[in-house]
Design a protein. Structure first.
Length: 474
């Protein structure tokens, strides 16, 4: 199932029953289960890595998604390389990426309202079919030899319009398939699924582009959407977990914004992923420029760079699937390390050291992604989940229209190494800045000892309570 690059993140504790959130709906007295609030999901227990795959509907979803995601990654590599070949400009690659995510920035919150109001399975069938048609249209233009850069820009923008609805719908549909107790596991497996496709797609695309051209990669992508469409049609609706849908009415968009505004545990993850998504996840620009300009290589090397990142991301996603809780310090620490690794990779003297560092960048990038996504979903009342996830995705990927052209211009003007370094610097500083704000607000300090790193209160713990008990691990 087509997915936005990179998307999941979260600072702040993940309180499972927010005090100022609407009370979760009572379980419906029907044969269908109820996907209620996060309280049920938050009981800490060790999860099996693939526990969500025991659910038939989720197995169908995951199987169709891996087929479509492979095609999507092939199309992405072909699209970036095609634009670079047509224009010779990293700025043009940045514009293409920006156009694909501009609709999310402009209309993302409306997509969340639609996702909350209508049946998600039917919405996904519509969005996936539309993406298939757009992929096939780009294939016909390229294979016929008529493709121009404005065609790529237009199709990228239209894909972005569809993604406005597809992304929050797909994100919030997870809990309807698996229920609240397996949300973390399913979100992590979705990321693992996406990264598995990322291992295969770029490598195949690199060979295909070198052998017969970009058009065939676009054709495979268009046909690959048959996978999720068949999976959605075969699902058993009676086995989906029931989620209350808000009635039609005015002010639902403002209601969603007010809900988030009153929830610091939702605001801080969204702020962090906004900075990282805008400046730290511009990999199509950087990796294509490193392959083309820095290492003077071709599309196959660009595909290898993406495969290296996917290898690390897959490992990170599988590790995340085993976690039963998400912590603030993990998210903030991952953001700082992620930024530092990007800066180190930017100045790698050899292509193989660059590839090795990309693997580790992938591990920490996906840790940010899955931690934030699952934290925000579990802390959100079910009636609000589509709107909150649309805000999350709007900030995470909607920042690309702002950051993409700027990063592309810096990469063209000062070189790929400077552009990549800047993205890493902003990511690391955003993690440090939010950590400092939270520590000041909570009157906390950092404790480092043989047990690890933790945030603890500055004042003395209450009598009879040791510092370990008083430690805060968000």
């Amino acid at each position: 199932m087509s997915s936005a690059p990179g998307a999941d993140a979260a600072p702040g504790s993940n309180p499972t029953t927010p005090t100022n959130a609407p009370h979760p709906p009572a379980a419906a007295k029907t044969p269908r289960a109820t996907a209620g609030g996060a309280t049920e999901a938050a009981k800490p227990s060790r999860r099996q890595t693939f526990s969500s795959l025991k659910v038939r509907n989720y197995r169908l979803f995951a199987t169709g998604a891996v087929v479509s995601n492979t095609g999507t990654w092939m199309s992405r590599i072909a699209q970036d390389w095609l634009v670079l070949s047509l224009t010779g400009s990293s700025t043009a690659v940045g514009i293409t990426t920006a156009l694909q995510f501009l609709p999310m920035l402009l209309f993302g919150l409306y997509g969340g309202v639609i996702a909350d109001r209508y049946p998600k399975r039917q919405l996904l069938m519509l969005t996936q079919a539309t993406m298939a048609l757009l992929g096939l249209a780009l294939a016909v233009l390229t294979l016929s030899g008529h493709v121009q850069v404005w065609h790529v820009y237009l199709i990228a923008f239209l894909l972005g319009v569809v993604t406005v609805v597809d992304n929050p719908t797909r994100q919030s549909f997870v809990v309807e398939m698996v229920g609240p107790k397996d949300v973390r596991n399913a979100v992590s497996l979705n990321s693992a699924n996406f990264q598995t496709a990322r291992l295969v797609g770029p490598a195949v695309a690199g060979v295909l582009i070198s052998a017969v051209g970009s058009g065939w990669a676009f054709l495979v992508n268009g046909l690959s959407f048959a996978g999720p469409l068949i999976g959605l049609m075969l699902m058993r609706e009676s086995e989906l977990h029931e989620v209350e849908r808000p009635p039609r009415g005015k002010g639902q968009l403002r209601e969603g914004l007010r809900y988030v505004a009153g929830r610091p545990d939702l605001i801080w993850p969204i702020v962090l992923v906004g900075f990282i998504g805008t400046f730290g996840f511009n990999f199509p620009i950087w990796l294509s420029a490193f392959a083309h300009t820095t290492f003077h290589a071709g599309a196959s090397t660009y595909g290898m760079f993406n495969t290296a990142m996917a290898l690390g991301s897959l490992g990170g996603a599988l590790l995340a699937a085993r976690r039963s809780t998400t912590r603030m310090r993990m998210l903030l620490g991952a953001a700082v390390v992620f930024g530092a690794l990007e800066m180190a990779a930017a100045w790698s003297p050899s292509v193989w050291l660059f590839v090795g560092l990309l693997v580790v960048v992938g591990v920490f990038g996906i840790t940010i992604n899955t931690t934030a996504n699952s934290s925000v979903q579990l802390a959100t009342d079910p009636v609000m989940r589509g709107r909150v996830m649309s805000l999350f995705m709007m900030v995470f990927v909607g920042g690309t229209p702002l950051g993409g052209p700027l990063v592309g211009w810096i990469t063209d003007r000062y070189g790929p190494r400077v552009g990549f370094s800047l993205g890493g610097l902003v990511s690391a500083l955003s993690g440090l800045a939010i950590a400092a704000v939270l520590m000041r607000a909570g009157d906390m300090r950092v404790r480092v000892d043989r047990r690890g790193v933790a945030l603890v209160p500055r004042q003395r713990a209450p009598q009879g309570q040791d510092e370990e008990t008083a430690a805060v691990a968000a």
